[in-house]
Design a protein around this ligand. Structure first.
Ligand code: OXD
Length: 303
């Protein structure tokens, strides 16, 4: 932040201190992308012109007041595309190769041979066709999977997905999928998108990977779908409530991988996020157009 500090007064604030710190500020750099601190602090934003989010998802800061205002919102687009895509590929391979069971048997000193699945030729559906979904599609294709995207509007001949299906046709598309990856932002239209009806549309052998936001999945209906064998498994990096409460049945389900919202966080991610802000701040200070401006109505940076 030294470069920014040399150009303007910088106030560092905790969530509690934010209402006081925000009064009189032109720019807000939200370092904690899951913080809800802006809700309480927003009435103090008396001259705010720009909010930058140190993260991909801007769902926590797109409050109605922010959306209606002239305040520009930017995010850290592209920082996490590759790290998340690699994480998803790792989970897909872990399911196919039964890695969790191998580790479990190893801990019990048990030598039990099994046949494992191939991923080559399997079908994946990636929900969300932004840069994270696209990089994920490229890596899954790289191991021989056939990948379709689900986006707002249908289109053919896409360079990464081939076919993109409209989200209105999600359920029909899910029928063919061996793996379903949620890489979408949390918006009004994605909230609760994966409910009992969506799981009903999936194959009993299908696995769900969620690296988007917990609220895209109706968690209690997912638990039912997993417990009843309606779907075969899930790898969840995000949850309706984080940290995942201790009494969540997801912790103990044998067909579930629980990880603590870390799919994006490669070694060096914090520096990479700071660099995106500093670069944008340089532009702001020079009166140049900002990068990664979020379409506040859509809830993400439009391509
Ligand atoms: C993000 C995330 O939105 O890591 O950046 O979930």
């Amino acid at each position: 932040m030294a470069e920014v500090e040399a150009l303007c007064e910088v106030r560092y604030a905790s969530a509690v201190e934010l209402p006081t710190a925000l009064a009189g500020a032109d720019v807000l750099f939200m370092w904690d992308f899951l913080s809800r601190a802006l809700e309480r602090a927003w009435p103090s934003a008396d001259r705010l012109r720009w909010i930058h989010q140190a993260g991909a998802g801007v769902d926590r800061i797109l409050l109605p007041g922010v959306v209606e205002s002239d305040v520009v919102v930017t995010n850290s687009r592209n920082v996490f595309d590759r790290s998340i895509a690699e994480y998803v590929l790792g989970l897909v391979l872990a399911f196919a190769k039964d890695t969790a069971r191998t580790l479990d048997l190893q801990r019990r000193h048990t030598w039990r041979h099994r046949d494992t699945e191939m991923v080559d030729g399997r079908n994946a559906v990636v929900v969300g066709v932004g840069p994270i979904g696209r990089e994920t599609a490229r890596l899954l294709r790289g191991v021989g999977m056939s990948v379709r995207g689900v986006g707002r509007t249908a289109r053919a001949g896409d360079g990464d997905f081939g076919e993109i299906v409209a989200s209105a046709d999600l359920h029909v598309t899910l029928r063919d999928a061996d793996y379903v990856v949620i890489a979408a932002p949390l918006t009004e239209s994605t909230t609760g998108m994966f409910d009992a009806a969506a799981f009903e549309a999936m194959r009993p052998t299908a696995r769900l990977v969620n690296i988007g936001r917990g609220e895209i999945v109706v968690e209690r209906e997912l638990v039912d779908a997993l417990a009843s064998g309606r779907i075969a498994g899930a790898a969840l990096d995000v949850f309706e409530t984080e940290p995942l409460p201790d009494d969540s049945p997801l912790w103990d389900m044998p067909n579930v991988v629980v990880s603590p919202h870390m799919s994006a966080d490669f070694v060096g991610w914090l520096d990479a996020l700071a660099e995106v802000f500093v670069d944008n701040f340089r532009r702001w200070h020079a009166g140049e157009p900002l990068r990664n401006v979020v379409d506040k109505e859509l809830g993400y940076v439009a391509s």
